[in-house]
Design a protein around this ligand. Structure first.
Ligand SMILES: NC(=O)C1=CN([C@@H]2O[C@H](COP(=O)(O)OP(=O)(O)OC[C@H]3O[C@@H](n4cnc5c(N)ncnc54)[C@H](OP(=O)(O)O)[C@@H]3O)[C@@H](O)[C@H]2O)C=CC1
Ligand SMILES: O=C(O)C(=O)[C@@H](O)[C@H](O)C(=O)CO
Length: 279
């Protein structure tokens, strides 16, 4: 299945769907990632905190597909926000992956109470200049965090990866990213297997388009200009999650899914202003 590309604000292109890899680890995880690659995934979202950079890199190398055809992302953990630590951490991530560069590297969480994310951002800018990273971005950044790094460095992130699913549609943050020329990626795009998959409106649309419920939600992301990063260890789901480029939702259908939004729909404990990573 051919996945479309989207242009980033720095001139690089990113595939419109990527594979989430949270909790995909070890030998089993290696085979799951290899299977996803053979099904057509070229964009893979990893993180130092996922303890899987080694198997992601091994799957890429063993796939036989040229490195240049992949779009590989990882993320900086909070314990390495200091400038020197961040630069070393990026080099360590590359070493674990066995790669010479990342296509995208993100600050995983802003951790505003620690107040070091501007230092971390400066390290990503340096790493980009050194050729270790092509595109640099952030994750879980609120508009005020974005403004702070942009004002203090003059460099706008290419991507902000944030929580988005039918119970947390996050329209305001998507618009705030857009205003600054930042592309939005959706983490937990399927609500991490929540009841969203059972919602009648989504089931009805699945029947209408002859798709499954996961595909309807992923198409909703694309139709809102958002890149979803679905995680699946099930081969059938993995394949289906890429097969979303032969239909699109109407504006009314997008609004009907938007109406599932809940004031407290965020996944527990993931408020970017409060979130603390475990050391
Ligand atoms: N930047 C950040 O702070 C964060 C980033 N992330 C990133 O986002 C990725 C995705 O988020 P994640 O939390 O994993 O959750 P997802 O929203 O991707 O949901 C994953 C769950 O949905 C199921 N699923 C996948 N496809 C389908 C389908 N077609 N039909 C029915 N069920 C399906 C999976 O089960 P099965 O395996 O059986 O298919 C799994 O239980 C992460 O893996 C990670 O890469 C996530 C959280 C925070
Ligand atoms: O998966 C990630 O990228 C995370 O940042 C984690 O916070 C994850 O969302 C989680 O729920 C950890 O408890």
């Amino acid at each position: 299945m051919k996945v479309s590309d989207i242009l980033l604000n720095d001139g690089y292109k990113i595939p419109a769907v990527g594979l989430g890899t949270y909790q995909i680890r070890g030998g089993e995880g290696y085979h799951q990632i290899l299977a996803a690659i053979s099904d057509g995934y070229r964009s893979i979202d990893s993180a130092t905190n996922y303890d899987n950079e080694g198997i992601v890199g091994k799957a890429i190398r063993d796939s036989g597909i040229p490195r240049s055809q992949f779009f590989i992302s990882s993320k900086l953990p909070g314990k390495y926000h200091r400038y020197d630590d961040a630069l070393s951490a990026i080099k360590e991530s590359l070493a674990r992956m066995g790669l010479e560069y990342f296509d995208l590297f993100l600050i995983h969480w802003p951790l505003p109470k620690r107040g070091l994310y501007v230092e971390a951002w400066k390290a990503l800018i340096t790493a980009q200049k050194l050729g270790l990273i092509k595109s640099i971005g952030v994750s879980n950044f609120e508009p005020e965090h974005l403004d702070k790094i942009i004002t203090e460095t003059g460099v706008t992130p290419a991507v902000n990866q944030i929580e988005i699913h039918p119970y947390w549609i996050n329209d305001n943050r998507i618009q705030e990213n857009l205003k600054r020329g930042i592309l939005t990626e959706a983490w937990s795009p399927l609500g991490r297997g929540s009841d969203a998959l059972k919602e009648p409106i989504i089931q009805k649309l699945a029947e209408k388009y002859d798709k499954n419920v996961g595909q309807i939600i992923l198409r909703w992301h694309l139709d809102r200009g958002v890149i979803p990063l679905p995680k699946s260890t099930n081969l059938e789901h993995q394949r289906a999650n890429l097969n979303i480029f032969d239909f699109s939702l109407t504006n009314d259908e997008i609004q009907a899914i938007n109406a599932l939004n809940r004031e407290n729909g965020r996944i527990d404990g993931q408020d970017p202003n409060e979130y603390e990573e475990f050391e």
